[in-house]
Structures are given as structure tokens and as C-alpha cells.
Design a protein around this ligand. Structure first.
Ligand SMILES: C[S@@+](CC[C@H](N)C(=O)[O-])C[C@H]1O[C@@H](n2cnc3c(N)ncnc32)[C@H](O)[C@@H]1O
Length: 281
């Protein structure tokens, strides 16, 4: 059974309005499969019944559940590896030079999904920063369900098997039933907040590094541009932006310059980074 064209148009419109995620025609089966548990949870006999009720009687909480269900939360530990190596080899040594007075580093994981990215960042900084330095990872996502899970810091064996080296598992996690829980020493440096990147952003202190990875791909070009512009305002002028492997600011927002960092690339606000000063503070 597949969704009717009008139900699909209703869901695509709702999700676009509330998250800017574009659901192109052809995704009817995906929408139906993702909404089936939501419909069942709400006591509806089918997705069509659930959507029928929602169209007759709009309900903000149900709208949020629909958007949550249609986010794609694929993630893994140290995803793509190179951005994390670049932090250790290039970015942290640079920050140790430029932030010596504050001895403190702030990083934003701006679409953190179930938490593997912010905790990978925390492990990386904990290992790379000299003794006496502090760090804070602020992790946000539009999905309240993901923020709840990430904040709990509990992962199944299957989840830790996706990219978390065993030595790091032993050092930074404790056993919790059949799974693993992030140790307090790591957890206390990570804060979580539900945040829609395509809505006006809340007031946040600026960041030295922003990970905005594998989320721009879901937006149209105008939305990507506006998200990048807003993000830039929260990045320190000499800060670093990391995008996903399939994402770029090039041709979207010329306010950033792409720079080579180790074996990968990052983006830096254009006006304040004179060519040739990379890594010299
Ligand atoms: C594919 S995951 C990427 C997770 C992680 N950054 C990584 O690279 O492994 C995309 C995440 O973006 C979030 N997302 C989608 N639209 C968003 C929006 N408008 N604002 C904030 N987060 C959003 C989803 O909920 C999802 O958890």
C-alpha cells in the first residue's frame, strides 16, 4: 500500500515548513514506513487514517512527531575519520596557540543525531588538549527523540561496533546492561539542546569549531545559504567549520574559504584569514 498523492503532499509540505527537509516525489514508501509506528502509537488504524485526522485537526505535538520520524539519523563514531584527525593534528595545536589566555575551547555539533558525533568530538579534545585546558561540546538537533537519546549517552553493542575503537570504549564508557554508557568525565563536557537550524537561532556564545555535517544535503540551496549565513555569525572569525564529505560552501555562500586541513578540508570565514597563515595562529 502506498500513500495517496494528497497525503504525501500534506506530509512533504509540513516537513518542509517545519524543518526545511525536502521530500521529493518518489519518497512515498519512505514516508509511509517512517509514519507507521507514529500512527500506531497514536492509536490510528493506518497511516492514511492518522494523516486524515491530522489534516482535519492540526496538532503541533503530532506535527513534531511527523517531522522527527522523517529525519534521517544515520551516524557513526568518528564518521569519515579525517575531520577528527584534522582536529588533533591541525586545529587543536592552532587553538592552543591562539586561545592560551582562556585555555578553553568551544565546539558545536550542529546536527548531532544520536550523539556519536559530539561524544567523538569530546574524546578527541580530551586526548588532544594539554592538561589544564577545558572544552565544551554543545550538541543540537531538530529531533527531540535524538536529543533525548544522545543526552542519555547510552549505546547498544551494535552501535559501539560502528567505528568506536575498543581501547576508547574501555577508557570512556562503562557497562550498562547489555550496552554501554558514556563515563561522567566525558558526559559532563557535553550539553544538549533541541534546535532547528532553519529557524531563527537562539543566542549562543560563539564557537571555535562547528561540525555541521551531513545535514545541508537535506535542504534546497536557498536554505543551505541561509543556514550557512546564520552559522557564520556563531563561528569565531578565526574558527573552523567542518561539513560532510558531500557538502560544500562553494557556490552557496562565498563568505567562507575552503582550506586544506591535514587530509581533509574545512571552511573558515573569508574576511579575516589572510592566505598562507593556516595553522600559525
Ligand atoms: C544524517 S544525520 C547526521 C548526523 C551527524 N552530523 C553525522 O554526520 O554523522 C542528520 C541529522 O540532521 C538533523 N536535522 C535535519 N534537519 C534539521 C534541521 N532543520 N535543524 C537541525 N537538525 C536537523 C536530523 O534530525 C539528523 O539527526
Amino acid at each position: 500500500m502506498s500513500l495517496s498523492a494528497s497525503d504525501f503532499a500534506f506530509v512533504a509540505g509540513l516537513v518542509r515548513r517545519e524543518s526545511a527537509i525536502v521530500l521529493a516525489p518518489g519518497k512515498e514508501y519512505l514516508v509511509e514506513a517512517r509514519l507507521l509506528p507514529v500512527a500506531r502509537q497514536a492509536g490510528a488504524g493506518s497511516v492514511a487514517d492518522y494523516l486524515g485526522t491530522l489534516q482535519r485537526r492540526p496538532d503541533p505535538a503530532a506535527h513534531r512527531s511527523v517531522v522527527d520520524a522523517l529525519t534521517t539519523n544515520e551516524t557513526s563514531w568518528f564518521r569519515d575519520r579525517e575531520p577528527f584527525s584534522a582536529l588533533t593534528d591541525v586545529v587543536v595545536p592552532h587553538l592552543v596557540g591562539t586561545r592560551a589566555a582562556a585555555r578553553s575551547v568551544r565546539v558545536w555539533s550542529a546536527a548531532c543525531s544520536s550523539g556519536q558525533e559530539p561524544y567523538s568530538l569530546a574524546i578527541t579534545l580530551q586526548q588532544a588538549l594539554p592538561a589544564g585546558w577545558r572544552y565544551q561540546i554543545h550538541a543540537t538537533d531538530i529531533s527531540t527523540e535524538m536529543i533525548k537519546r544522545a543526552s542519555a549517552g547510552e549505546f547498544s553493542q551494535v552501535e559501539v561496533n560502528r567505528g568506536l575503537p575498543v581501547q576508547l570504549l574501555v577508557n570512556h564508557f562503562t557497562r550498562s546492561g547489555t550496552g554501554w554508557k558514556v563515563a561522567p568525565a566525558l558526559r559532563e563536557n557535553v550539553t544538549f539542546q533541541q534546535l532547528n537550524l532553519t529557524a531563527p537561532l537562539p543566542a549562543l556564545a560563539s564557537f571555535d569549531v562547528i561540525f555541521l555535517r551531513n545535514v545541508l544535503i537535506y535542504f534546497d540551496v536557498e536554505t543551505k545559504r541561509s543556514v550557512l549565513r546564520n552559522i557564520c555569525k556563531l563561528l569565531r572569525p578565526d574558527g573552523w567549520l567542518f561539513l560532510g564529505a558531500a557538502e560544500t560552501t562553494i557556490g552557496v555562500d562565498e563568505g567562507f574559504e575552503r582550506v586544506a586541513v591535514g587530509r581533509t578540508s574545512a571552511y573558515r570565514p573569508r574576511a579575516t584569514v589572510p592566505a598562507g597563515t593556516l595553522g600559525k595562529g
